[in-house]
Design a protein. Sequence first.
Length: 124
Amino acid sequence: MEAPLSELPALARFAEELGYTDVWSLESDALDGFTPLAAVAAVTEHVRLGTAIIPAWTRPAGLLAMHAAAMAELAPGRFVLGLGSSTEVVVQQWLDVPFSRPLTRTREAALAVRSLLSGQRVSA
């Protein structure tokens, strides 16, 4: 269901009152995947908040880790980071980045984010 960002907090609060357990956000050609969840985190207490799916190509691992850390602080124990490869259309045609070895790129991003969130340093 699509709703304007300004309506998401009230909608999420209502959904939580009805017993819904999750709120998921995605990225394509409009909003980023994190901002809607941040708006929802501010007005909910129990729903799990997740990204489905943040492309591994659109941000460096350090920035992905920063986003995840901020969401985890806003919604302790409720945030789930979903990473994926995205598609050739988004990566290569929209961003002009070669779309090669998507599984490797996603795996490397996930491992780097995990390491960064545990306080380790990673190389680019």
